[in-house]
Ligand binder design. Sequence first.
Ligand code: NAP
Length: 251
Amino acid sequence: MRMTGNTILITGGTSGIGRALAEAFHDRGNRVIITGRRLSLLEEIAADRPGLVGLPLDLDDPSSISKLANDVRACFPELNMLIANAGISRSEDMTAEGWDVSDAQAIIETNILGILRATAAFLPLLKTQKAAAIMATSSNLAFIPRADFPTYCASKAFLHSWLQSLRHQLRNIPVEVLELSPPYVQTELTGSHQVTDPRAIPVDAYVAEVMQLLETGRHPRGEVLVERDRARRSAEREGRYDDVFAAINPA
Ligand SMILES: NC(=O)c1ccc[n+]([C@@H]2O[C@H](COP(=O)([O-])OP(=O)(O)OC[C@H]3O[C@@H](n4cnc5c(N)ncnc54)[C@H](OP(=O)(O)O)[C@@H]3O)[C@@H](O)[C@H]2O)c1
């Protein structure tokens, strides 16, 4: 992946991993467009960084994506990279009285359909560029689920599978397909407690390692895995799946 001189659109660029990626790519001389629903954050982040642009996007609303795609085609026809990073996470207790599928529906809408919609909206433009890339954020929970986040983990397993098919279908087109599978990172994904949870990696350290992997091209099969991801990724292949599942899902 080219690391400078790109025009990059990042979904979920208002906070956490997406914001840190936006800043890291901006620091390396890329034009960066961040998107999200929180307009005040879009403005605040863009105000601090000349050349970084904030545009509103609600991935749950197909008309919002169409509008964004039209605006980007008109104003940034050179767009050559999509980082489909936005996502939400909710725990679900399927044994609870009155459990229903509303949380599952919200997760599927944003984490699955949101990524598919963003890809469908921007792939036609990316296909016209000489060097293009799509990087989507799954999770290391795609490889082994945490049972208290059932639909979240399944949504990331869906992406892990779907990205392999996308990569294969694009094999003769110069659009690289990468999968970012973060471990537990200090963001507000599950609430404010996560930002200071010592078991999670600080977001800047995580993104610094990701940028190194991208710069050196160390992402076999298109999988961008930091050191902490690798044991979980290879657990099934190495016969450790049941042990890791038991460790993250205590009886
Ligand atoms: N942090 C972790 O431990 C971890 C681990 C593995 C994977 N991940 C994945 O990393 C990605 C980024 O999460 P994060 O940890 O950085 O959490 P975060 O700080 O909560 O970021 C989530 C981002 O997604 C955006 N977003 C959510 N719903 C959206 C919607 N309907 N339309 C448009 N944008 C939406 C949010 O922007 P607005 O609120 O402004 O819309 C926000 O910028 C997610 O896909 C997450 O699943 C995180």
